[in-house]
Design a protein around this ligand. Structure first.
Ligand code: NDP
Length: 309
């Protein structure tokens, strides 16, 4: 049986390690780390993500600022919001919840965040420093995956890692972090031929695709570590039934779906990972680590601004 890589446990470890660092900011510099979250409009999924981020801030004793401009906000108005937060001395990290409405130029907004306050690691300067393997905030989800591997003593150096997905927020930074950890890295995407065959050569397979249960049994090399970054919300009961048709708890899953009208599934088929040596479940795998790494980035930014490093 493969080992289940428990993201909730790793998240709790990371957060526990941050507590004394937050305390040090308070005692030695007179204030806690501060994180500002900008949420435009009222998208329910974004609201849940932001609520969870604010809760995590409160649990760690951060100063937390929420700015909620209306859905109709313009690029110029949002640039004004970012400008103010850049100059707010109590704010160490700024996060703009994506996606932004169509009329807003997302790239200009992300570029306007001061690189010293780039909690998400998406600013071009942070990305450049990642490419050069220099210190800077790292994109939270891939950084969380690296923590998951490290804390489970999963060897990366010298192994073949295949990353499926080449987005700026997951696939590309993931591939670079694995490369810096001395893996031999292959990046796949929607134009990659023979995807299953390429994946089957992976010692470490990372799926960041955004397609429910896409990675099947024939993608997985026996003994591989399978990291499922995907978070797909299913709203079709038939899809839930089809994915979990062979699961002993199918009836309970369908009852749960009937209550919530949705179910979560990763990019990896949850019943077809038996050949792996270890895998991350969805939910409870990579997901919890993203917020933990956001907190970690914010503490590091605060320490740098408070000259505690
Ligand atoms: P994007 O949609 O930005 O990127 C998806 C990538 O998958 C693209 O590079 C795309 O290729 C590739 N892809 C799509 N279809 C295929 C296919 N059939 N075969 C091979 N490659 C394919 O998604 P994100 O990177 O933002 O997110 C990926 C997943 O991770 C989503 O499920 C998302 O919800 C989840 N996620 C989870 C987080 C967490 O906290 N755990 C945080 C962020 C994301 P191409 O470039 O050619 O189009």
């Amino acid at each position: 049986m493969p080992t289940i890589l428990n993201g909730n446990k790793v998240r709790d470890e990371i957060l526990a390690e941050l507590k004394p660092r937050v305390e040090r900011c308070l005692t030695q510099a007179g204030r806690p780390p501060g994180l500002a979250v900008v949420l435009v409009g009222s998208d329910p999924a974004s609201q849940i993500y932001v609520r969870n981020k604010v809760k995590a801030c409160e649990a760690l004793g951060f100063h937390s600022v929420q700015v909620m401009p209306p859905e109709s906000v313009s690029t110029e108005e949002l640039l004004g919001v970012i400008g103010k937060l850049n100059y707010d001395p109590a704010v160490d990290g700024i996060l703009v919840q994506m996606p932004l409405p169509k009329q807003v130029d997302s790239r200009r907004i992300l570029d306007a965040i001061s690189p010293d306050k780039d909690a998400d690691g998406f600013h071009p300067i942070s990305v450049g420093r990642l490419v050069a393997n220099l210190p800077a905030p790292r994109a939270c989800t891939p950084a969380g995956v690296m923590e998951m591997l490290r804390r489970h003593s999963i060897e990366v150096s010298g192994r073949h890692a295949v990353v499926v997905g080449r987005s700026d927020i997951v696939g590309k930074p993931m591939a670079l972090l694995l490369l810096h950890a001395h893996a031999t890295v292959t990046i796949c995407h929607s134009k990659t031929p023979d995807l299953a065959e390429t994946c089957r050569r992976a010692d470490i397979l990372v799926a960041a695709i955004g397609r429910p249960a896409f990675v099947r049994r024939d993608f997985i090399k026996p003994g591989a570590t399978v990291i499922d970054v995907g978070i797909n919300r299913l709203s079709d009961r038939a899809a839930v039934e089809s994915i979990w048709s062979a699961a002993p708890d199918l009836a309970a899953r369908l009852a749960d779906f009937d209550r919530k009208h949705s179910a979560l599934v990763g990019d990896v088929h949850p019943l077809e990972v038996e050949a792996a040596s270890a895998f991350t479940p969805v939910p409870g795998g990579v997901g919890p680590l993203t917020i933990a790494m956001l907190m970690s980035n914010t503490v590091s930014l605060a320490e740098r601004r408070l000259r505690l490093l």
